[in-house]
Design a protein around this ligand. Structure first.
Ligand code: G3P
Length: 213
C-alpha cells in the first residue's frame, strides 16, 4: 500500500505542473486563465498566445501524463521498491487518475488548472498506446464536423471506453473503469463548454487563430 500511496501522490504533484502556467511564468508572467476561455490548457494557449507557446504547453502536459501512467508505476523507488501485492494495471490506473486530477486541481496554482485533455493523451500513451488511434480519429472527426474542441475531447474519451470495452485485451477491466471515470470527469471539467454550446456561444476551432483578446 505504501507504493500505491507514494506513487499516486507523486503523480498528483506531477500533474500539478501546468504547462501553460509554467511557460507563462517564464515568459514574464503571462497567465492564460485571465484571457480567452480562461482555461489553462493547450487550446486556450493556442487561442491567446499562438502556436509556439501552445506546442510547448502540449509537450509538458502530454509528457507528464505519459510519465505518470507509463513510467512511474514500474519505477523501483528507494526504500519502497515494488510491492508484489499490488496489481500493476490498477497501480497505473491510480497514477493516471492522479495526474489528471493534479492537472485540473493543481497544488501549485490555487487548484485552478486545465480540463485534462492533453494530460489524458499522455496517459493513454502510457497505459494503452493503441487506444490512441480510435481516440485521435474520433477527436479529428468531431472537430472537423462541429468545430468544437471540447466536444471532440469528450467524445474521444467515450471512444476510448468503447474501444477497451469492446476489444478488451489485457487489463481491460482496469482500463474500462478508468475510462468511464474519466468520461464523467471530463464532462464535468467541460461543463462551461457544454453551457456555451447550448447557448450557441462556444468558439469554433477555425476561429482560434483569429480570436486574440
Ligand atoms: O478539450 C479541450 C479544452 O482544452 C477546451 O478548451 O479553452 O476551448 O475551453 P477551451
Amino acid at each position: 500500500m505504501l507504493e500505491l500511496g507514494i506513487k499516486t501522490l507523486l503523480a498528483y504533484l506531477l500533474g500539478s505542473v501546468i504547462g501553460s502556467l509554467l511557460i507563462g511564468r517564464l515568459r514574464g508572467g503571462v497567465d492564460i486563465r485571465t484571457m480567452g476561455s480562461g482555461n489553462a490548457g493547450g487550446t486556450n494557449a493556442l487561442r491567446t498566445q499562438g502556436a509556439g507557446f501552445a506546442i510547448q504547453v502540449m509537450i509538458i502536459d502530454v509528457g507528464k501524463g505519459w510519465l505518470a501512467a507509463g513510467v512511474l508505476p514500474s519505477l523501483s523507488l528507494p526504500l519502497i521498491g515494488i510491492d508484489p501485492t499490488i496489481g500493476r494495471q490498477w497501480l497505473a490506473v491510480a497514477c493516471a487518475s492522479a495526474v489528471v486530477v493534479g492537472h485540473v486541481y493543481p497544488l501549485w496554482y490555487e487548484f485552478r488548472g486545465g480540463k485534462g485533455a492533453a494530460t489524458l493523451v499522455g496517459v493513454v500513451m502510457g497505459l494503452k498506446p493503441v487506444a490512441l488511434i480510435p481516440a485521435v480519429l474520433t477527436w479529428l472527426l468531431i472537430l472537423i464536423v462541429s468545430g468544437f474542441v471540447g466536444l471532440a475531447t469528450m467524445l474521444a474519451v467515450a471512444s476510448f471506453c468503447i474501444y477497451v470495452g469492446v476489444i478488451g485485451g489485457e487489463a481491460s477491466g482496469a482500463l474500462l473503469a478508468f475510462g468511464i471515470t474519466m468520461l464523467v470527469f471530463v464532462c464535468y471539467t467541460h461543463r462551461s463548454n457544454i453551457e456555451r454550446m447550448r447557448a450557441g456561444t462556444e468558439n469554433r476551432a477555425h476561429r482560434l487563430w483569429l480570436f486574440r483578446p
